[in-house]
Design a protein around this ligand. Structure first.
Ligand code: PFF
Length: 452
């Protein structure tokens, strides 16, 4: 399909695709979720399996999404519909992009609440509340915050309003200006903080924990968490990268662009762990304390640092913006679909979807405070949605999208797309996806569910 038929524009330069895709990949998953998952899943074992999942499963699946998106240059729902109408793929495959879109929407319901925490902590940094904070005070600060749903709803509302306004613009316009500044600033900040944490905290214990492999920790449940998080962290399986591929110039190598995105994503996760764990060990914060871990550890570092008020403010604002560039890609699938299929303005489509997400987010806020009831399987609303999306829906959507690309869409269509620069890249990718990534993802997911 010629580039001029792309409805909502083309990235203005190849690097903007990389920035936008990295902007979608890098977010709360790297800085908030990765460290606490590492802490709760045995450190080194999780890191090793996570890296294998990123490279062996995540990267080929990411390339699959981008390649199909660029081939068809439309949103995932219409693409699969179109392929089905032309009898290229059976009709029932149309269910897959809907599943992907719904999973993204469900993730955004809690993602927005946690992004709101970043805003709240940015405000606390400015007011000097974090100064000289010790572990107990930091925990009390966090608990007090969790027990104020009105404040949490305020920040959640602000975040969703920003998401709606940004995604309401053509994504090639709204995003590119933000990510060009955000990513370099965020990575610089993380490098500075990790150097400080390693120099002043318990770096030996932290590095030991992150790198030491205890075989008894290597279980299928850990592997399922690792694969689920690799997909979450790359933003694979939700059709977001598909949409970004649709805006990608034909001149760019998909293999190269996606490898850079995976590398940046891993770098940010590792830097976050190198900031949090030296402090965790120094101040005796439990490594397996779960979602609160980063929000208890990070304020301590800003309370210690000379100029911590400014550092804290900049860091938490950058974190919120990183969350924003991820959040818009979760809504992109349905917004672009509503726009292209029903000619609803992007802003209006974003508002309709965003309002529904905002509403469900209220239940998540309450699950952290007054309504911590275990509604199913001993889990509260947040835990239920987090597990449902990361461990069940996301792997299913990613595996299904990859099967569609690798086994259902005829090879020549993709070959045409990938081959522009290097035949070997295509062979390597196609074979890995078919015979390594998809079987490994299916095996780990099933074994993790059964609890082998
Ligand atoms: N990759 C994002 C993060 O790590 O925070 C989360 C995410 C973005 C998931 C986009 C899914 C998605 F489509």
């Amino acid at each position: 399909m010629p580039e001029s038929r792309c409805l909502q524009g083309i990235w203005s330069s190849p690097w903007i695709f990389i920035f936008a895709a990295a902007g979608s990949a890098i977010g709360l998953g790297n800085i908030w979720k990765f460290p606490y998952m590492l802490g709760s899943n045995g450190g080194g074992a999780f890191l090793l399996i996570y890296c294998l999942c990123l490279v062996g499963v995540g990267l080929p699946m990411l390339m699959a999404e981008v390649a199909l998106g660029r081939t068809v240059r439309s949103n995932p729902v219409d693409t699969v519909n179109d392929l089905a109408e032309r009898k290229v793929v059976p009709k029932y495959w149309v269910a897959v992009p809907y599943l992907a879109g719904i999973t993204g929407i469900l993730i955004l319901t809690f993602y927005s609440v946690i992004a709101g925490w970043a805003f709240a902590y940015a405000q606390r940094s400015v007011t000097g509340v974090l100064e000289g904070l010790d572990k107990i005070e930091s925990e009390v600060l966090f608990q007090t915050f969790l027990s104020s749903p009105v404040e949490m709803i305020f920040w959640h509302t602000l975040f969703m309003a920003l998401v709606i306004l940004t995604v309401g613009q053509a994504v090639t316009r709204g995003l590119s200006s933000v990510v060009r500044i955000l990513l370099p600033a965020l990575i610089t900040m993380l490098v500075l903080l990790s150097v400080y944490a390693l120099a002043t905290g318990e770096s030996g214990a932290a590095l030991g924990f992150i790198t030491q492999l205890r075989w008894e920790d290597v279980t299928f449940e850990v592997a399922l968490s690792a694969i689920g998080h690799a997909l979450f962290s790359l933003g694979v399986g939700l059709g977001a990268m598909f949409s970004y591929g649709a805006y990608m110039s034909k001149r760019m190598s998909i293999a190269k662009a996606c490898t850079i995105v995976v590398g940046l994503d891993l770098l940010v996760s590792v830097l976050a762990a190198l900031i949090i764990f030296p402090l965790t060990f120094q101040f005796g914060v439990a490594v397996d304390s779960g979602p609160s871990l980063p929000f208890v550890s990070l304020p301590i570092i800003f309370g210690l640092l000379p100029g911590g008020q400014v550092f804290g403010l900049v860091f938490f604002v950058l974190l919120a913006v990183a969350a924003l560039t991820s959040a818009i890609s979760m809504m992109e699938l349905f917004v672009s679909w509503m726009h292209e299929r029903f000619y609803i303005g992007r802003l209006k489509a974003a508002f309709i979807l965003g309002s529904a997400i905002w509403f469900i987010g209220i239940a998540i806020v309450l699950s952290f405070s007054h309504w911590n009831a275990k509604i199913l399987f001993g889990l509260n609303t947040f835990e239920l949605l987090d597990n449902l999306t990361s461990l069940i829906l996301l792997p299913i959507a990613a595996i299904a999208l990859s099967i569609l690309v690798a086994w259902v869409v005829p090879e020549p269509i993709l070959k045409n797309e990938m081959i522009a620069k290097n035949v070997n890249h295509f062979r390597w990718w196609y074979t890995t996806l078919k015979y390594v990534s998809i079987p490994a993802a299916i095996l780990i997911t099933l074994a993790g569910w059964i609890g082998v």
